[in-house]
Design a protein around this ligand. Structure first.
Ligand code: XBP
Ligand code: MG
Length: 254
């Protein structure tokens, strides 16, 4: 009889709402620094989030919204330079502490550690971005909370491909039915479930209208005792926030 041994956490949109006020702002600062009069507004960025990965998102933008660049510019070089600048700006924003963790995230991480549930990070963004966010929100030593940090370009195909979750599983040395993933987006859900991992989704403003077919449950957030979640799909019984008992119960009935 297997037991729940690990929680695999997505970062952007799950641990923190990093997209609108973090990554998007960093992209715009990179454009300005490069002398490009481009601006990704909150709405446009929502469309661009259909593509996982900052470099991939830049290419999607250039091909769909800036076709004139195709003929005149070395796109690969432009994308690399812009993404390096963007990452520098994102690191400033994340390190400043202006991007808080979502409700319930810190409490659940601490509870899981106390209960010897192993923790992993499974994200499309770069390892340095993860370090900046977690160090600013949970403290310098918090990277050690995670047995595995699978991030960025360490796999050939990004979410929704299962590669990054399959890598995390093999690095954890665990079976799919010993894990539960926590995600925020349809790309993330597909990536985890295609790797065979049951997945709880907590939506955000950018993802709440996405298709979460195949999710174990869909909630508005993990929540807190004083700030409960809204159930968008699934049966949470009388629970109002996500704790380890809730996850064990959910996992046991999957
Ligand atoms: C979401 C992503 C990331 C970020 C940007 O990651 O698609 O690419 O939007 O980060 P997650 P980079 O899997 O954590 O939801 O520019 O570093 O790619
Ligand atoms: Mg995400």
């Amino acid at each position: 009889m297997s037991t729940l041994k690990a929680l695999l956490f997505d970062v952007d949109g799950t641990l923190a709402d990093t997209e609108r006020d973090g990554h998007r702002v960093a992209f715009n600062r990179a454009f300005a620094e490069t002398g490009l009069n481009w601006n990704w507004g909150v709405g446009l960025y929502g469309e661009l989030l259909a593509v996982s990965g900052g470099k991939e998102r830049l290419r999607f933008y250039l091909e769909k919204w800036r076709p004139e660049c195709n003929a005149t510019t070395d796109l690969d070089d432009l994308i690399i330079r812009l993404h390096l600048a963007k990452t520098r700006h994102y690191l400033d924003l994340a390190s400043s502490g202006m991007i808080p963790l979502r409700p319930g995230v810190e409490r659940l991480l601490r509870e899981a550690r106390t209960a010897d549930i192993r923790l992993a990070i499974v994200t499309t963004t770069s390892p340095e971005n993860v370090t900046a966010l977690l160090s600013a929100t949970l403290g310098a030593g918090s990277m050690d909370w995670f047995d595995v940090i699978a991030a960025g370009d360490c796999v050939p195909r990004k979410k929704p491909a299962p590669d990054i979750y399959s890598l995390a599983l093999s690095q954890l040395g665990l079976k799919v039915d010993e894990c539960l993933a926590l995600e925020d987006s349809d790309n993330g859900l597909q990536s985890a479930t295609c790797a065979g991992i049951k997945t709880l989704v907590t939506v955000n403003e950018y993802t709440k209208h996405q298709n979460f077919t195949g999710a174990a449950m869909v909630l508005s957030q993990l929540g807190e005792p004083y700030d409960g979640f809204e159930v968008l799909a699934g049966d949470a019984g009388t629970a109002t926030f996500v704790d380890l008992a809730f996850l064990r119960e959910l996992w046991a009935h999957l």
